[in-house]
Design a protein around this ligand. Structure first.
Ligand SMILES: [Zn+2]
Length: 273
C-alpha cells in the first residue's frame, strides 16, 4: 500500500511567513492523518486540497504551543463544515485536558449561537486518546502505529511510527532520542525529523539542549539504514536571518549519511511507493 506524505508547516515557533508551524499529513488507505497542528496548519491543509472536516486522526507529538495552536480552528471548522465522523486526537499525557479546555470553554458563546440556528452539536467534540510514551497503540489489518519518546525540556514528547505491510514512516516532534531510536527507525522509507539548528547555534540558545543536532541525525539514519530523511522545524533561519542555514544543516547530515536528505518546504509531497 502506497503512502503520501505532505509537509504542511516546516517552521516552528516564530511567525515566518514562508514556513507554517509544525504540521504534516499522511494519506493512508482511505484516511487522512495529521501529525501536529501548528500555526497555519488548516490553511496549508486547504492548499494541499484537503478540508479540515475530512481529517480522520490527529496525532500530537507534544503540547508546546507551536505544535498545537491551530487545533481549535481545525476542530471548529470541521464542525461548521460538518464532519462525517468524529475526529480522533492522539497525544501524550495532558492532551485530554488541553482539548477539553481549548474547544468548549473559550468558544462557549460561539457554540451557543450556532446551536440556536439548529446546528448539530454531535460532530464538535473530538475523541481524545492519550497514548503511552513507548509501544504499539493502534493496529488494524493494514497498519500499526507505535510511539517512542524523546528528551525535550521536561515535556512528554512522542515520536510516531507508521508501519504498513511494506512501508515504514517515522515522524518526530522535537527532542533528543535515546539509544533505542535507531531500532525504532530501522529501514524506514522516510524519517521526518526536527532539525532546529547547528551545534554552534543551539549552544547559544537557552533551549538549545532540547534539540537534536545534524551529526546525530546522520548517525541515526545511517545506523538505521533509513531510505530518506526530511528535516523540518527550521527555526534557525528565523533567528539568524540566514535562509541558507537549513541547507547547510542538510550538508552536515550528508557528510555522515549517504541517503537522500530533503529540506522541508510547506506543501512538499513525498510519495512512498
Ligand atoms: Zn517543542
Amino acid at each position: 500500500m502506497g503512502l503520501k506524505y505532505v509537509m504542511l508547516g516546516s517552521g516552528a515557533v516564530r511567525d515566518n511567513p514562508d514556513r507554517g508551524g509544525p504540521s504534516q499529513i499522511l494519506h493512508i488507505d482511505k484516511e487522512v492523518w495529521m501529525f501536529d497542528c501548528g500555526r497555519s496548519a488548516s490553511t496549508n491543509l486547504a492548499k494541499a486540497g484537503v478540508g479540515c472536516e475530512v481529517v480522520d486522526r490527529l496525532f500530537l507529538t507534544h503540547l508546546h504551543f507551536d505544535h498545537i495552536v491551530d487545533l481549535p480552528y481545525l476542530v471548529l471548522v470541521g464542525w461548521v463544515k460538518v464532519r462525517k465522523s468524529r475526529l480522533k486526537i492522539y497525544g501524550p499525557r495532558g492532551t485530554k485536558d488541553f482539548v477539553e479546555r481549548i474547544i468548549r470553554p473559550p468558544f462557549e458563546q460561539d457554540i451557543q449561537s450556532r446551536l440556536s440556528h439548529g446546528k448539530d452539536i454531535a460532530p464538535l467534540d473530538p475523541e481524545v486518546i492519550e497514548v503511552e510514551l513507548e509501544g504499539e497503540f493502534l493496529s488494524t489489518d493494514t497498519y500499526r502505529l507505535s510511539t517512542t519518546s524523546t528528551d525535550h525540556g521536561h515535556i512528554p514528547t512522542l515520536v510516531y511510527r507508521v508501519d504498513t505491510g511494506d512501508h515504514r514512516v517515522v515522524i518526530t516532534g522535537d527532542g533528543t532520542p535515546d539509544g533505542n531510536f535507531v531500532n525504532f527507525c530501522k529501514g524506514a522509507d522516510l524519517l521526518s525529523i526536527e532539525c532546529s539548528g547547528t551545534p554552534e547555534f543551539l549552544a547559544e540558545q537557552p533551549w538549545g539542549a532540547w534539540h537534536i543536532i545534524p551529526a546525530d541525525i546522520a548517525r541515526i539514519a545511517t545506523e538505521a539504514a533509513v531510505k530518506r530523511v526530511m528535516i523540518k522545524h527550521l527555526v534557525i533561519e528565523d533567528i539568524t536571518g540566514d535562509k541558507s542555514t537549513p541547507y547547510q544543516m542538510a550538508e552536515q547530515i550528508r557528510e555522515g549519511y549517504a541517503g537522500e536528505v530533503i529540506v522541508a518546504e510547506d506543501g512538499l509531497v513525498v510519495e512512498i511507493e
